[in-house]
Design a protein around this ligand. Structure first.
Ligand SMILES: NC(=O)c1ccc[n+]([C@@H]2O[C@H](COP(=O)([O-])OP(=O)(O)OC[C@H]3O[C@@H](n4cnc5c(N)ncnc54)[C@H](O)[C@@H]3O)[C@@H](O)[C@H]2O)c1
Length: 414
C-alpha cells in the first residue's frame, strides 16, 4: 500500500512523466531492451530518490525489466505529489508526500525497506545507512548511489570496514557527474534562484562556493546570465581553474562582503556561517544546491536574528544585525525546492547509468566485495555515443593506422 497525498493527482502526474520521457531517449532504449529480456525479473528494488517526473521514468524502466519497485523520497521538499500518484497507479509502491516532517520521512524510508529489497538505490546514502544500522536484518545483493555526498559517505563506510555489500557509485560515471552535476545543477540551481526571487541576474555579484562539477555549472550559468562571478574554493588547482576561467577567486569572508547572491555547492557543512553573515550586505540572497541542508548554518543565523519571516514562497527574511539576509528554500536544494530539478535530458544519462547498474549488480554481485565500485568504462562510452547520436552529433571514427599510431611508442619525429 502506497503513502501518497492524493490519488486524483495521477492525471497531472501522467502528463508530467510523459513530458519528461520525450527527453529521455537513452533510457527509453534501455527500457525497450529490458521489456524484451526481463533482466530483473522477480527482484525487489527499493529506491530513495527525488520523486520527480524523471525518476518516475527510471522506476517504470525497472518495472519493465520485471522488478517489483518501491520508492520513497530522498528529500521531503522535492516530492511531486502528482508524480507519486501516477507511479502508485502504475504498480510502484510509493511512500512520499511533499513537505512531510522528518519523522514521516524516515517512516517512508523504513516502509521501502519493509519490502525486503534485493537491490537498493539511494540519493544521499540514507537507505544504505539504515541497512547498516537499524535495519541490518535485511541483506541485499548491492546498492547504487546517485550523488557526490552519498559517495563520500559510502567511501567512508568502506574505509571504516562498515560496508557489508557492494555499492555502485553511479555519480562517478563520466556520463553522470560531468553532465548532470555540471549542466543539470548549473541550469536548475540558477533557475531556482530566479523563480524564487525574480531577480535580474545581469550585473549582480554572484558568489559560488565550491568549484567542483556542480559549482562549475552554477558559475557558468550565472556568468552566462551577465553576473560578475566570484568563486570560493579551498582546492588550489580548482581555484586556479576558476581564476583562468575569468572569475574572481576570493576567501569566503571577502566574497561574502561583496555578494548580492551566494550559491553554495560544497557538500560540506557551514560553508556559510556567522563570520560570513556578519559581513554580508543588506538584502543578500543565500541559496544552497549541495545535497544536505547543512551548508548554510541556519541555526546560528536564526539565533542571532531579531526577526524571521516568510516574504513569499521559498524566501525567508532574517533581520540580522540591522540588515536583511534572504534565505531560499529553507537552505535545502534550491533547484529541487524552488524549481523542478535537473532537466530530463540530462537525467536521461544519469538514469541510464542507474538502470544498467541494477542489471550489473544482479549479474555480478556474487563476485563483488563490500566496496564502492564504478561501472565499467564501456557503459559510459555506450551511453555517451547513444546520447550524442540522439542529439545530432557525429562521432569521429579513427582509421586502423591512427589507432596503431596512438598505441605505439616507436613513432616520434621523422
Ligand atoms: N542540487 C543538485 O541537484 C545536485 C546534483 C548533484 C550533486 N549535488 C550535490 O552538490 C554537492 C557538490 O557536488 P559536486 O559533484 O560538485 O562535488 P565536488 O566534490 O566535485 O565539489 C565540491 C567542491 O567544494 C569544495 N569545498 C568543500 N568545502 C568547501 C568550503 N567550506 N568552502 C568552499 N568550497 C568547499 C571542494 O574542494 C570541491 O571542489 C554535493 O553535496 C552533491 O551531492 C547536488
Amino acid at each position: 500500500m502506497s503513502t501518497i497525498k492524493d490519488k486524483n493527482l495521477a492525471v497531472v502526474g501522467q502528463q508530467e512523466v510523459e513530458w519528461a520521457a520525450r527527453q529521455m531517449k537513452v533510457l527509453e532504449e534501455i527500457k525497450t531492451e529490458f521489456s524484451n529480456n526481463k533482466p530483473l525479473n522477480g527482484l525487489n528494488i527499493g529506491a530513495c530518490m527525488h520523486v520527480t517526473k524523471e525518476t518516475a521514468n527510471l522506476m517504470l524502466a525497472l518495472k519493465a525489466a520485471g522488478a517489483n519497485v518501491a520508492l520513497c523520497a530522498s528529500n521531503p521538499l522535492s516530492t511531486k505529489d502528482s508524480v507519486a500518484a501516477y507511479l502508485a497507479e502504475n504498480d510502484v509502491e510509493v511512500h512520499a508526500v511533499h513537505g512531510v516532517s522528518n519523522d514521516e520521512f524516515f517512516k517512508h524510508l523504513n516502509s521501502v525497506l519493509d519490502t525486503k529489497p534485493d537491490i537498493t538505490m539511494d540519493d544521499g546514502a540514507d537507505l544504505v545507512t539504515l541497512l547498516l544500522t537499524d535495519r541490518s536484518d535485511i541483506s541485499v545483493m548491492g546498492s547504487m548511489e546517485e550523488t557526490t555526498t552519498g559517495v563520500i559517505r559510502l567511501k567512508s563506510m568502506e574505509k571504516n570496514n562498515k560496508l557489508r555489500f557492494p555499492v555502485v557509485a553511479v555519480n562517478d560515471s563520466d556520463t553522470k557527474h560531468l553532465f548532470d552535476n555540471r549542466f543539470g545543477t548549473g541550469q536548475s540551481a540558477m533557475d531556482g534562484v530566479v523563480r524564487a526571487t525574480d531577480l535580474l541576474i545581469a550585473g549582480l555579484d554572484v558568489v559560488v562556493i565550491g568549484f567542483g562539477d556542480c559549482g562549475k555549472g552554477v558559475a557558468e550559468r550565472a556568468y552566462g546570465m551577465g553576473a560578475k562571478v566570484t568563486v570560493v574554493e579551498p582546492n588550489s588547482v580548482r581555484a586556479l581553474e576558476a581564476l583562468m576561467h575569468g572569475y574572481e577567486v576570493k576567501s569566503s569572508v571577502n566574497a561574502a562582503k561583496i555578494a548580492d547572491v551566494i550559491v553554495s555547492v560544497t557538500g560540506n557543512m557551514h560553508a556559510l556561517d556567522k563570520k560570513h553573515f556578519d559581513v554580508m550586505k543588506d538584502g543578500v540572497v543565500l541559496a544552497n544546491a549541495g545535497h544536505f541542508d547543512v551548508e548554510i548554518n541556519l541555526e546560528a543565523l536564526k539565533q542571532d536574528s531579531a526577526e524571521v519571516h516568510r516574504v513569499r514562497d521559498h524566501v525567508e527574511s532574517y533581520l540580522y544585525d540591522g540588515k536583511e539576509i534572504l534565505v531560499l528554500a529553507e537552505g535545502r536544494l534550491v533547484n529541487l525546492a524552488a524549481a523542478t530539478g535537473h532537466p530530463a535530458s540530462v537525467m536521461d544519462m544519469s538514469f541510464a547509468n542507474q538502470a544498467l547498474a541494477a542489471e550489473w549488480i544482479k549479474d555480478n554481485h556474487e563476485d563483488l566485495e563490500p566496496k564502492v565500485y564504478t561501472l565499467p568504462n564501456e557503459v559510459d562510452l555506450k551511453i555517451a555515443a547513444t546520447k550524442l547520436g540522439l542529439m545530432g552529433g557525429e562521432l569521429e571514427i579513427l582509421t586502423k593506422e591512427q589507432i596503431e599510431y596512438l598505441d605505439s611508442w616507436e613513432h616520434g619525429t621523422s
